[in-house]
Design a protein around this ligand. Sequence first.
Ligand code: 4AD
Ligand code: MG
Length: 460
Amino acid sequence: MERMAIHKALGGTSAGELICLKGWVRTLRTGKDVAFFALNDGSCFASLQVVVTPQLPNYEELVKIGTGACLSVQGVLVESPAAGQRWEVQAQKVEVLGDADSDYPLQKKRHSLEFLRSIAHLRPRSNTFGAVFRLRSALSFAIHRFFHERGFLYVHTPIITANDCEGAGEMFRVTTLDSENPPRNSGNIDWSQDFFGERTGLTVSGQLQGELFATAFSDIYTFGPTFRAENSNTSRHAAEFWMIEPEMAFADLEDDCRLAEDFLRYLVTYTLQHCGEDLAFFNERVEKGLLDKLQALAKARFETMTYSEAVSRLQASGESFQFPVAWGRDLQSEHERYLTEKVVGGPVFVTDYPVGIKAFYMRLNNDERTVAAMDLLVPRVGEIIGGSQREERLPVLQRRMEESGIAPESLWWYLDTRRWGSCPHAGFGLGFERLLMYLTGMENIRDVIPFPRTPGNARF
Ligand code: 4AD
Ligand code: MG
């Protein structure tokens, strides 16, 4: 008999029919001449109650199984007399596919997220992580759907690369050289003898390659893993995270902000429409008021303020920050959170940052002091998007590279886009995990990643 997902069975359309379910026992309860198994297969938040009676030939075996055991159940879906659930299954045949030892670590009580992180194989079977990873999957689909509907080309930018897009020098190295005894050339490691003939690493961003494709396909996006070796053990940084990077030809900073806003609203609306059961859980157990926040966000128009305005507002706030606020200094996360949580009370674009604190590719404004950059800040999480209009004027771009200490030879292939049919263009990067934190209320980035990679942590 073909297996039916519990999600589908709970829809009730098969009431009265004999169906087959497979899944893992979340909880079990035995009474006099009856046993109840809450069966969950991950297809939805809810479990389905399976009622087992001594009529079954293996009843004695069944009442001894452990929590977490894997079962195959054939039975009839009927309306449940019990409170709190609409349907249950009256079992006619139950097969134990895999029993569970009595030391099964997931108990009925609430476990800490740290503890669950330490049991990688059972973590996704918990309520919280079931909800998180269903949402992560649904949202991945919604992201592709958004861009597909708008005619954006999906491009796979490389994971191994010789360029460090952000110029920050925090790449993981990729090499096949003997670490004990690498070839040397007058004392320095001779990377020309390495696999790719030069020094390479894991990508920090697909943007530069994305720009190349935007000058051929107009509107493109990337969606893939990104790596940063910053040793910042914070709750918002991962060494491996996923980023969505759209790039639009014939677009300026204003267009860029509009796309980001439409994109976020679309994703929030999608989540509200398709992930209701999981969101209800987050709303109740993780972040009170989450649903109201998301409903408001689906309709909101995001505010915009320039960096200079932001600095004035912070200086006028009378707040004592750990890091000083001064024009020309980067905003720290405490400043970002103050702006979005206290000054605006919602998402805010901060635009036109000082040229000295942003990457070389951002378009220089007419004032020559600022660049056409934007960051989108949201409450609790802080920066969720970073983007800009790109510098399309070759001489200005060359000057900016020189000022930033980037050798033009290393990026000749990028500079060529400005030589043969350059065009105004703009794009941004949305951190997928930061988005998930915002949509679920989860406070640690590790808890929205199936197998998180952070300093000192890559075991499974
Ligand atoms: O602001 P960032 O560094 O921008 C870029 O990488 C540009 N190349 C994007 C572009 O214009 N195409 O990173 C973009 C976003 C951040 O706003 C943040 O949400 C996320 O990526 N991010 C991280 N997420 C998790 N862990 C980290 N270590 C992250 N670093 C950045
Ligand atoms: Mg940034």
